[in-house]
Write a protein that binds this ligand. Structure first.
Ligand SMILES: C[S@@+](CC[C@H](N)C(=O)[O-])C[C@H]1O[C@@H](n2cnc3c(N)ncnc32)[C@H](O)[C@@H]1O
Length: 213
């Protein structure tokens, strides 16, 4: 899969690309390209946003700036999914992540301050996605959240089988995963359930199924 992120702070993504699972699949299952709106803005002095029509606080990311950035990369043929990260978008769920993980190419658009000129969302993006009902300062963390969630569903990102039995997975009926424990078996009087120490795999499996939340 190729993921293109349009942002004002490409360097913010450095941390994410050094971490697993993304670090492990970069260059193989995942190609990540980072583009700065300022590099292709048609405006002077690297301007990318402007005051809102009708007045009010904050600056709005300009439609001509985003169009120029997309044209510079895709020459008029953008990918099938161009996703604007926006608190007003469709709420991100695991099933939406699974859907996006089947795409060959994804493009993420990040904004800041007051957000996008709405024509960007209406005409340049195909989707708008929100990572939750709260407002962050910019779309870079949401883009990273979406990138991480999608990347860990790509082949080779996780150890065999570890991505199937997870919270929200179809395997768990969309429920929350059963509890996990590790050593020590006893700590401050807090014990690990005996069944998990029994070595009886059938009983452990049954206990886990019962404890899906
Ligand atoms: C300060 S927010 C703009 C909020 C906007 N004025 C509103 O009230 O809906 C700036 C940018 O951060 C990103 N952003 C903030 N919260 C987000 C969320 N929950 N999900 C996705 N993107 C978000 C979006 O790119 C947004 O355009």
């Amino acid at each position: 899969m190729r993921v293109d992120v349009f942002t004002l702070v490409p360097h913010a993504f450095a941390w994410l690309t050094e971490q697993r699972p993304i670090a492990g699949i970069l260059g193989t299952e995942l190609e990540l390209r980072l583009f700065n709106y300022r590099d292709t803005t048609p405006l002077r002095a690297g301007q990318v946003d402007d005051e809102p029509y009708g007045g009010g606080a904050g600056m709005v990311l300009r439609v001509d700036v985003v169009a120029a950035a997309l044209d510079a990369v895709y020459a008029g043929s953008p990918p099938a999914r161009v996703i604007a990260l926006s608190p007003q978008g469709t709420p991100l769920t695991q099933s939406l992540v699974e859907d996006l993980a089947h795409e060959d190419e994804l493009t993420f658009l990040s904004a800041r301050f007051e957000g996008f000129d709405d024509r960007i969302v209406e005409h340049l993006a195909t989707d708008a996605i929100s990572i939750g009902p709260y407002v962050l300062s910019n779309g870079d963390l949401p883009a990273m959240v979406l990138l991480d969630a999608v990347a860990r569903r790509l082949p080779g990102a996780l150890a065999e089988g570890s991505g199937e039995l997870e919270s929200f997975s179809a395997e768990l009926g969309g429920g929350l995963e059963y509890p996990h424990y590790t050593r020590p078996a006893e700590f401050r009087g807090w014990s690990v359930p005996d069944v998990l120490l029994s070595g009886d795999h059938a009983k452990i499996e049954a206990w886990r199924r019962e404890h899906v939340r």
